[in-house]
Design a protein around this ligand. Structure first.
Ligand SMILES: C[S@@+](CC[C@H](N)C(=O)[O-])C[C@H]1O[C@@H](n2cnc3c(N)ncnc32)[C@H](O)[C@@H]1O
Length: 237
């Protein structure tokens, strides 16, 4: 695939009018997440050597680099040109052959038609405003029967906790779990800086099923209150 830059303006209305929310906080985000692992790694196939993979909403490419170091041929897309600038800077000093594209995951405009063996989306579906469109992209760009792994901020737990656990807030306590939509925690973390789309767990699972995937495995990496929800799926044939 020829690496080219494709940018789209997808945000408007109450969510802001910039190309990407992360453009404004890119340097902060890179620093803030420097020591983080990639949650989706827990559900990646053991052998990635030679697989053509898409890292969807790759941010500054932390997981893309893990995939490439495991021998995968990686294309990585994100809406934030500022985060991608960090990724390409790393690529220029530590060449792994990753193809970074500034592109919208809710379309396939950026895709050259060459299908992927697998798609991974680490901690980003809650950042993507049109979940169904992003899942249709995953479905369209995969080889028949290809795999899809994703991790989420665990959608089941509210903000406003008393600090006795390390829970990450997914929804505002005054609105309730069933009230889906955009919100910001107002805290110092990622969700205070950029906000998030709250969706019920069932909304995510039903959307993935409707996009033509079967679930293979779920995981909730250990903590007192689960912070992450991870799933591995396979495209139905
Ligand atoms: C929490 S960050 C996760 C980034 C990266 N996957 C990681 O693990 O660090 C969410 C990312 O989703 C990206 N994003 C949001 N909407 C997008 C869209 N429609 N298309 C592509 N990327 C998008 C943001 O720019 C941001 O980089």
């Amino acid at each position: 695939m020829r690496c080219r830059s494709v940018t789209r303006n997808v945000y408007d209305g109450e969510m802001g009018s910039e190309v990407s929310r992360y453009d404004q906080v890119a340097d902060w985000y890179v620093e803030f997440t420097r020591s983080w692992g990639s949650e989706a790694r827990t559900l990646l196939p053991e052998h990635l050597l030679g697989q053509r993979l898409l890292d969807m909403a790759c941010g500054h490419g932390a997981l893309s680099r893990v995939l490439a170091r495991s021998g995968a041929v990686v294309t990585a897309i994100d809406l934030s040109s500022s985060l991608l600038a960090h990724a390409t800077q790393k690529e220029s000093t530590d060449r792994l052959g990753i193809c970074y594209l500034c592109a919208d995951a809710t379309t396939t405009d950026w895709w050259d038609g060459n299908p992927f063996d697998g798609v991974v989306c680490n901690m980003a579906l809650m950042d993507i405003d049109d979940l169904d469109a992003a899942l249709s992209t995953v479905s369209a760009v995969l080889k028949r029967g290809g795999w899809f792994s994703f991790s989420l901020l665990h959608p089941c737990f509210p903000g406003g906790h008393d600090g006795s656990t390390d829970a990450l807030p997914s929804w505002p306590p005054d609105r309730g779990y069933s009230s889906e939509g955009w919100w910001t925690t107002g805290s110092d973390g990622v969700r205070g800086h950029v906000g998030a789309n709250h969706r019920k767990l069932s909304t995510y699972l039903n959307a993935v099923l409707q996009a033509g995937f079967d679930f293979v495995e779920f995981a909730e990496p250990a903590s007192v209150v689960p912070r992450y929800f991870t799933a591995r799926c396979r495209q139905r044939t």
